[in-house]
Design a protein. Sequence first.
Length: 333
Amino acid sequence: MQSAFLKATVFTVGLCAIYIYIGEVITEISGGAKTAATAAGVSPEAGEAIFWGKGKCHTCHSLGSRGSAIRGPNLGVDGARFPLPIGLRAEERAKEMSQKSGKPITAADYLVQTHHDPGAYVVEGYKNEMPAAWKAPIKLKPEEVLAVDLYLQSQGGEPKVEALASSQYYIQMKKAAESQKGAPAETFRPYLKGDPEKGKALFFDPESKAPCAKCHMVGDQGGKVGPELTNVSGTRDLPYVIESILEPSAQIASGFEPFLIVTKDGEFVNGVKKAEDDQSVTLADNEGQQRKVPKAKIEKMVQQKKSIMPDNFRELLTMEEFHDLLAYLETLK
């Protein structure tokens, strides 16, 4: 009797296991992972809040006249260069990528891939410098990335969460994010624990050894020669920040490339291009001073590989001062 009961129990458990396995396979094949993704909180409205808030997307991108489209493309309508908002532009980009790769890529694929693997498609005129939003330090949850993509999809297009959630790139991102759960936190730390208040004083004092505010904006203070640093440690990891200070020419941010103008009078003008029209070019030097040069007086203008940011902070700052400055920058999230 016991033997018959045992056999029946084993048979039942085995049958259940088979049904569960088949169910999981069908779910995976049909893109069923999107069930969790379409839970409460994933909406264009939620994506809008993340875009302008936690995701800090606006520090590099604009939507029309709102945001900072210097390091990254404007995602709204922006003159002849970007005549379509990103919801419609994504369809054009997907067609282009499909033709180049010979593989079908949808507009939803393109949007998700820009956050999963930003280097897969880099807009002409920009650099491969966009961080993956699901990785540290931004570290959005996959569902939050999905909400942002839904918001972007709604800019001129129809938001379709199912298309985004069933994208192969979203599924890959979810798996990658899941595999990182429980992994050790970032272990890279500076040698010394700096004093952020002393670092702040260095940053804003125009007479200090590191008067960064002459060129960089934090909040509503500072100059606009170099990239804004209001959220720098919320979007860039510490090694990147350190390299930017000690080796400023290693990676020059898009939109902040230096130019050298040689005038017909033999004068040399060096700086970051701040404006250009049919009549003139305006450059800003590393003191924040701007110079407008009439095009009629320009012999040649050449983009430079060396940043106008000083590269001698190793000599100028003591070890303690460098770590004080670094400690302050780490508070800018």
